[in-house]
Write a protein that binds this ligand. Structure first.
Ligand SMILES: *[C@@H]1O[C@H](CO)[C@@H](O)[C@H](O)[C@H]1NC(C)=O
Ligand SMILES: *[C@@H]1O[C@H](CO)[C@@H](O)[C@H](O)[C@H]1NC(C)=O
Ligand SMILES: *[C@@H]1O[C@H](CO)[C@@H](O)[C@H](O)[C@H]1NC(C)=O
Ligand SMILES: *[C@@H]1O[C@H](CO)[C@@H](O)[C@H](O)[C@H]1NC(C)=O
Length: 319
């Protein structure tokens, strides 16, 4: 049992006799390393070079740093949950089928793990405006620096006044079918991270955008592109989090989209009966802090910062 716990990130019970105790291990917090794999001090450290936190540039002041850090934590939480939803339900999940068609599930798990766990070394977020896009483009929330610095992302001031926290997901009249997941920090930063070559490897791309676009992609002949489509990954992560965590068993896909699913599945999220809570506690790294407080009912009329970026070929892409 302990290996499943370690693999999926639960702490190892103290009764487990390991050569090193966890308090001694020099392994960064995001890596789930078996006690027997913890590097021995003075010998080859296979974890060396692992950076657990996304680097934030010195151009970000204290407030910006806090907001971006919190947003990135939410991006990581979404990616982790998306991965675990697929690890548990695989392609039996109707939400999985809706976004990825006939699959495959394995590569999608991998792309989410790039954000959930992979080395953050070199993935830089900055708050100055080196390319002058914040200053000159209409209401951009930020942009990937493309050929100017392919591992760098600029966050513009519009983000701080338009992006919402994950705790507000499904509140304020938001639904996934008609709203933009990028209104929330987590999905917005997932999209931005996939642009960075260290994360998206130049493989994650824009093949379809918007709820209608991504669900059509999954149904069509090119469904395998869904697994490498940036908007598919952020929509899926948002919808499974909404359905599993924000409003458990209900989510907020929107009335039209929800009734189509209910007709087919009688409202069940997967073709299987729900996994019992105790089984989930043993096999996944579900975090008790994921219990989400009721969303605030205040209305936010602020226009969402546009989700745009320029591509190397000079085109500008907004979603
Ligand atoms: C950080 O910069 C932003 C944008 O310029 C500004 O609104 C905010 O007040 C600054 N925060 C601090 C602590 O200086
Ligand atoms: C799920 O995956 C299995 C194994 O690859 C495959 O046989 C099955 O057709 C898939 N189901 C759906 C609904 O895609
Ligand atoms: C890269 O820098 C050039 C020159 O400053 C600028 O015109 C261009 O828009 C920048 N590219 C991006 C993706 O911001
Ligand atoms: C699928 O992709 C191929 C190759 O890019 C393209 O020619 C075709 O039009 C696409 N099909 C649909 C339905 O978009």
């Amino acid at each position: 049992m302990h290996s499943a716990l370690v693999l999926l990130g639960l702490s190892v019970p103290t009764i487990y006799a390991a050569p090193f105790t966890l308090s001694e291990r020099a392994v960064p917090p995001l890596l789930n390393v078996e006690p027997t794999q913890v590097p021995i001090p003075g010998e080859h450290d296979w974890t060396s070079g692992y950076v657990a936190e996304f680097p934030i540039h010195s151009s970000c002041n204290a407030t910006q740093r806090h907001e971006i850090t919190k947003g990135l934590e939410e991006a990581v939480l979404l990616a982790k949950h998306a991965k675990e939803h697929i690890l548990i339900h695989g392609n039996k999940s109707e939400i999985f089928q809706k976004y990825f068609g006939a699959g495959p599930a394995g590569s999608v798990i991998g792309w989410f793990d790039k954000i959930a766990t992979a080395n953050r070394d070199g993935v830089l977020f900055r708050c100055d405006d080196p390319d002058q896009n914040c200053a000159t483009q209409d209401n951009w929330g930020g942009h990937w620096r493309g050929a100017n610095a392919s591992s760098e992302t600029v966050i513009c001031d519009a983000s701080y006044t338009t992006r919402l926290p994950l705790a507000a997901l499904c509140g304020r009249g938001f639904d996934i079918a008609t709203g933009k997941p990028s209104r929330f920090w987590g999905p917005d930063l997932i999209h931005r991270l996939y642009h960075v070559d260290l994360v998206g490897e130049g493989i994650i791309d824009h093949h379809a955008d918007g709820y209608a676009g991504v669900t059509e992609l999954a149904k069509g002949e090119n469904y395998t592109l869904a697994a490498v489509n940036s908007a598919t990954l952020s929509y899926f992560a948002t919808e499974v989090y909404a359905y599993d965590i924000s409003i458990p068993g209900e989510g907020c896909v929107g009335k039209a989209a929800a009734s189509a699913v209910a007709e087919h599945a009688h409202g069940a999220p997967t073709s299987e009966t729900a996994t019992s809570t105790s089984a989930m506690a043993v096999t996944t790294s579900i975090d008790p802090t994921r219990v989400i407080p009721a969303p605030a009912q205040t209305s936010t009329a602020a226009a969402a910062g546009q989700d745009c970026h320029s591509h190397d070929d000079g085109t500008i892409h907004c979603v």
